[in-house]
Design a protein around this ligand. Structure first.
Ligand code: ATP
Ligand code: MG
Length: 528
């Protein structure tokens, strides 16, 4: 072979071809997981679309098994959101890295512009069929078939009908193979249940492959605040980010560009920058910014004292919402919820941690007669069911010394812990968005939140244990009262009934469990 031959095979590939080969990166690995991934992509899109269009979401997912052997299913997802304009239907569902979210600093469930097209891809490579879409957007109802041209990562759209009508929303029907529905903790049912917990404003209907209808009703009539784009904070940028922003910018000067593009960059801060960087001409157009200059600016950013990033764009689920959801679902004996103050990771990206801890009732996971603790993970209200081991949430829960909080065997306790991370940019470990990377600041915050609820649990557990012991002792002594009274009556000639009454009263006074019961009640009513 001559030297040039090895480059005869040199070719370019599209992102669609890449993900076709590496579909596991998008969550398409394993039959149950693949089906949950499909539902996840559609449901997160529906919730995002409804939030943005200020609509209380009504979402329906229907699964039909066509052939068991090959794992052939039809998946239908319907929402009452904004729908998609005709000219964007193809790009939205048939092109990777296209969408309304990737380029904005906005807290939404979707971030990348890959999810929906990823499902279209999976349908195509397992059944050869395009995905059918009905979109109702601003008076126009369009029915179309969408597929991806893998070579170019361009959509192929076949319009089936165009109608006028008021209905708005999106219906997607797709056929896939190599998937499986089951009711396991990583299946579609569990996924939708958890989605309902973190999104009590959504009404979710699920029709399972047996035709059984499961409804997760809306329990809160409030639409979450509209996701607002936030400006990136100087400490959240690297050199490449800064150059990207600068080269796309139309401001006349670097000066104007810096203060209009990033948050917290006041005239005074620009002055400080100029003093630190006398060699840079801040009057030149941002388009002309060079790599070295950008790197110097990024380094100077680190020397300046900044006001923390704005948290305006971050919306947690809310303490009350979590409390309502967990009480409804788990009917626990004890519940505590905390919402922590916003914090920052990687120097510039704000996030908020919420944690709910339920104990007793239906908390924990029940398998056979055994109960084990259960961790429910969420990123921007979307349940994370896979790759638990690789993520910061499980790592943080496991790092807690539970014995310090009088939980002797955390693994086998009736405990459910809910953790939600809200941010305009959640650092997922992969494109499948199932685990969150272990940023030190995020881990620290999750640990702090858990310790806060664990301290409340400890008070509760102590109350219960002490009260139980006292009641037990009282009962044991009361068992002898009758016999002792009749013996004393025989010796003293006093009426046995009277003695029994007196003895019982003495014991009641000594082991006054009413106070404990009262205290215990207070602990429960103070839960939170
Ligand atoms: N149900 C829907 N209603 C309205 N618009 C939608 C809906 N589903 C998808 N879209 C539009 O299609 C785009 C692409 O969706 P897709 O799921 O591929 O990417 P994304 O949600 O932006 O990011 P991610 O890859 O993280 O899910 C979205 O950004 C949105 O603009
Ligand atoms: Mg999406």
């Amino acid at each position: 072979m001559t030297k040039t031959d090895q480059f005869n095979e040199f070719k370019e590939h599209s992102i669609a071809e890449f993900f076709k080969k590496n579909k596991q990166m998008l969550g398409f690995s394993g039959k149950v997981r693949s089906l949950t991934t499909i539902v996840h992509e559609y449901v997160t899109n529906s919730l995002d679309a409804a939030e943005e269009a200020r609509i209380l979401p009504d979402i329906q997912i229907e699964l039909n098994e066509i052939d068991k052997q090959s794992g052939h299913y039809k998946v239908k997802a319907e929402d009452n959101g904004s729908g998609i304009p005709e000219k964007l239907i193809g790009k939205a569902l048939g092109q990777m890295l296209a969408g309304t979210k990737f380029h904005r600093y906005v807290q939404q469930r979707g971030q990348q512009g890959i999810g929906a097209a990823g499902v279209t891809m999976y349908a195509q490579i397992t059944t050869g069929k395009p995905t059918k879409v009905v979109s109702g957007y601003r008076g126009n109802i369009i029915e179309a078939l969408v597929s991806i041209d893998f070579k170019t990562n361009k959509p192929k759209v076949d319009i089936l009908s165009r109608e006028k009508g008021d209905w708005h929303g999106l219906i997607i029907e797709t056929e896939v193979k190599d998937v499986k529905y089951d009711k396991s903790s990583s299946g579609v049912y569990e996924y939708l249940k958890r989605t309902a917990i973190a999104n009590p404003h959504a009404q979710i209907t699920f029709i399972d492959p047996d035709g059984e209808v499961h409804i997760f009703p809306r329990s809160v009539e409030i639409i979450p605040p509209k996701p607002k784009p936030v400006k990136p904070h100087p400490l959240g940028l690297n050199t490449n980010d800064l150059l990207d922003f600068a080269h796309k910018d139309n401001n006349k000067t670097l000066n104007q560009f810096l203060s209009s593009t990033f948050s917290r960059v006041s005239a005074n801060k620009v002055k400080e920058l100029k003093e630190l960087l006398p060699h840079i001409n801040f009057k030149k157009p941002p388009r002309d910014l060079e790599w070295q200059e950008a790197e110097d600016i990024i380094n100077a950013f680190k020397k300046i004292r900044w006001i923390a990033p704005s948290i305006e764009g971050i919306h947690p689920i809310g303490k009350e919402q979590i409390r309502t959801s967990m009480l409804n679902m788990l009917e626990p004996d004890f519940l505590a919820v905390v919402e922590r103050k916003p914090k920052i990771y990687r120097g510039g990206v704000p996030f908020i941690i919420e944690v709910g801890l339920a104990y007793g009732g239906n908390s924990g996971r029940k398998t056979g007669g055994q109960v084990s603790s259960n961790i429910m993970r969420f990123g921007n209200r979307a349940p994370l069911l896979f790759d638990a081991g690789g993520g910061v949430i499980v790592e943080s829960v496991k790092s807690i010394d539970w014995k310090r909080y009088d939980v002797r065997d955390f693994q086998n306790s009736p405990i459910t812990i809910l953790v939600n991370i809200s941010s305009v940019h959640i650092p997922y470990t992969g494109a499948g968005k199932q685990a969150i990377s272990s940023e030190p600041e995020i881990k620290e915050e999750i640990r702090n939140a858990i310790m806060e609820v664990a301290r409340k649990l400890q008070i509760y557990i102590n109350g219960v244990v002490k009260e139980k012991e006292k009641i037990h002792r009282k009962k044991a002594i009361l068992r002898y009262v009758h016999q002792v009274a009749s013996d004393l009556s025989y010796l003293s000639n006093i009426d046995a009934f009277e003695i029994e009454n007196l003895l019982s009263k003495m014991i009641e006074e000594k082991y006054d469990t009413k106070k404990d019961e009262e205290r215990l009640k207070n602990v429960i009513s103070n839960r939170g």
